[in-house]
Design a protein around this ligand. Structure first.
Ligand code: NAP
Length: 318
């Protein structure tokens, strides 16, 4: 049996089409949602991520701004940048690209973002809302995984779901979302005993550990739905041979490029899983879609709130 491919790019296109309609509606009411991205330093992966987020804004007709503090910025100076964006009424979403340099207190920066503009869903207020099942802005990657499951009609209610990884930005919110959708959720981490057998009971697996091809095909119950969040760059030919031993096309591509992007799930899982997200082209495109969706949602909610009207009239009176 070959798994059904859960194509994130296709769902991204659907979500973008829906968002375009919503942006058009907002624009007829005089509102243009805006995202501000804060990119500290010259980390090349971060630069690439931010570039694609800004490109997505342009594609959808959202306003965007890129703020680039120097790599040696202090926590206090970065707090001032965030405060400015909090006060700016044209900014609906604030994205602080992680990781921040070591001299910066990351938690303090993330907690300084106005929760109503926290489009990454990292602020404790939004996390608290998620815990208690109240509406709020939800972290983009786990929200994207839920969209993949829902839009592919994967049955969540009553399913045994195993989340592999317990990070604040993926594993924990993912487990909460699945629990709120009535799955029975198990969270696994580096201290979990007998992981293969825990996974073998899962109807749904979400793997987010950052280890290329770690989840073996025979750890997956035949027919299970597997969401592979991992994004790992493989450059070691021996590692590539282990991962792509039955995939000559992928091995050939690896040798041509001397690297390949691989998830946390071994590619051979395609022969045991019932449904599987590819890497690349699965969860990755969904993360950006949910960031755009959160920005539009933040614009809609914030600009309809009495607090916003009050700041607007104060600004006009000045
Ligand atoms: P993270 O903060 O490093 O957390 C990794 C988690 O995996 C930890 O909870 C860790 O357990 C657990 N873990 C590590 N090795 C394990 C093992 N051998 N067995 C079981 N659990 C293990 O990572 P993250 O930020 O959540 O990201 C995870 C992966 O997702 C990375 O590859 C990242 O690049 C990718 N990612 C992709 C997207 C996307 O848009 N596609 C977005 C975000 C992240 P402990 O807590 O016990 O240490």
């Amino acid at each position: 049996m070959t798994a059904r491919i859960l194509d994130g790019t296709k769902i991204r296109d659907q979500i973008f089409a829906e968002l375009r309609d919503e942006v058009r509606l907002l624009s007829s009411a005089g509102v243009r949602p805006g995202l501000a991205a804060v990119l500290v330093g010259e980390n090349s992966a971060s630069q690439l991520y931010v570039k694609s987020k800004i490109a997505a804004c342009e594609e959808l007709g959202l306003a965007s701004a890129l703020i680039k503090p120097p790599a040696n910025v202090s926590t206090l100076d970065l707090l001032a940048v965030v405060e400015d964006l909090n006060r700016d009424n044209d900014v609906d979403g604030i994205l602080v690209q992680l990781p921040l340099p070591p001299q910066v207190d990351t938690k303090r920066i993330l907690e300084a973002v106005d929760p109503s503009k926290d489009v990454d869903g990292f602020h404790p207020v939004n996390l608290g809302r998620l815990v208690s099942g109240r509406p709020g802005l939800v972290a983009c990657t786990p929200a994207g995984c839920m969209e993949i499951l829902r839009r592919n009609d994967v049955k969540i209610e009553g399913a045994n779901a195993v989340v592999l990884g317990r990070s604040d930005i993926v594993g924990k919110p993912m487990a909460l979302l699945l629990m709120h959708a009535n799955a029975t959720v198990t969270i696994c981490h580096s201290k979990t005993r007998d992981l293969p057998n825990v996974l073998r009971r899962a109807d749904i697996i979400v793997a987010a550990i950052g280890k290329a091809g770690y989840v073996e095909a025979d750890w997956i119950k035949p027919g299970a739905a597997v969401i592979d969040v991992g994004t790992n760059r493989v450059t070691d030919p021996e590692e590539a041979a282990r991962l792509f031993r039955n995939f000559p096309d992928r091995l050939e591509k690896f040798h041509a490029k001397r690297s390949a992007l691989v998830g946390d799930v071994h590619p051979a899982a395609i022969n045991t899983a019932g449904a599987l997200t590819p890497v690349p082209g699965g969860v990755g495109p969904m993360t950006i879609s949910m960031l755009m969706s959160n920005t539009v949602k933040a614009a809609r909610l914030r600009r309809a709130s009495p607090k916003f009207s009050a700041t607007q009239s104060t600004a006009t009176a000045r």
